[in-house]
Design a protein around this ligand. Structure first.
Ligand code: PEP
Length: 253
């Protein structure tokens, strides 16, 4: 059975004191996770040790990084490698968020290298894909997202792809308050799964979690997550409010 996941993306938000308070509120919240469910917190890198310490007694509350460098080590000032992240206990790394693609010019080819780096240290890439508004308006979102999958992920073997979590995030819905309808989300998630099935076979496609991201809140999470191919969410703004994220976690199926 594939995992149902609520992933928080804190982005470049919160002071250390605020991060500490939010984590305290999360661990104190009445969160109920079934065996197939996880909550993952992609915190700013500087707060990873703090988050690991705060969530230490909660095996289904995991800490992730928001990015990594594609190389293992070397003269890359200011960068952090997947190997370094693994050495402090990180097992999940978000890759290819649309903000990284847009503001840091991350290409599919670079992301393919990063995916390899994360898998090489036996961690899980949370691989983001999703189309901008103009592509959605032209009705070409399936082709756009399929190309991101082909170029960023489909060099992987079947044994490797099952370790990946995919997050579909339409750029027009990120941080805008606009959410894809549950029908729109289901339609493209089913398309993503059909691409996985065509490349790797249906059994493998059924094992891969596909999260939806784009203005998920406590109020819309249940409806979105009830769709058969939506396996949870990647959540920005609402993950900064403990009660909101708690409601999102509790909306997992
Ligand atoms: C995100 O950052 O991945 C995201 C989906 O943000 P928001 O939930 O704020 O739209």
């Amino acid at each position: 059975m594939r995992k149902q996941i609520a992933a928080a993306n804190w982005k470049m938000n919160l002071t250390s004191a605020e991060a500490s308070t939010l984590l305290n509120e999360i661990v104190a919240a009445p969160i109920q996770l079934k065996a197939n469910q996880q909550a993952i917190f992609a915190v700013p890198a500087i707060y990873i040790p703090l988050a690991i310490e705060k969530l230490a007694n909660h095996p289904q509350l995991l800490v992730a990084a928001q990015n990594c460098h594609q190389k293992t080590n070397g003269a890359y000032t200011g960068e952090i490698s997947a190997t370094m992240l693994a050495s402090v206990g990180i097992k999940h790394i978000v890759l290819g968020h649309s903000e990284r693609r847009e503001y840091f010019a991350e290409s599919d080819a670079l992301l393919a290298e990063k995916v390899n780096a994360v898998l090489a240290i036996d961690s899980t890439p949370l691989f983001c894909c999703g189309e901008p508004l103009l592509i959605r308006e032209s009705g070409k979102q399936n082709e756009f997202v399929e190309a991101q999958l082909i170029n960023g992920l489909f060099h992987l073997s079947a044994a490797e792809i099952v370790k990946v979590v995919i997050a579909y995030e339409p750029i027009w819905a990120i941080g805008t308050g606009k959410t894809a309808s549950s029908e729109q989300a289901q339609e493209i998630h089913a398309y993503i799964r059909s691409c996985l099935a065509n490349k790797y076979g249906n059994d493998i496609a059924q094992e891969i979690s596909i999260l939806y991201g784009g203005s998920v809140k406590g109020a819309n999470a249940k409806e979105l997550f009830s769709q058969p191919d939506v396996d949870g969410g990647l959540v920005g703004g609402a993950s900064l409010v403990a009660t909101e994220f708690e409601a999102i976690i509790n909306a997992l199926k």
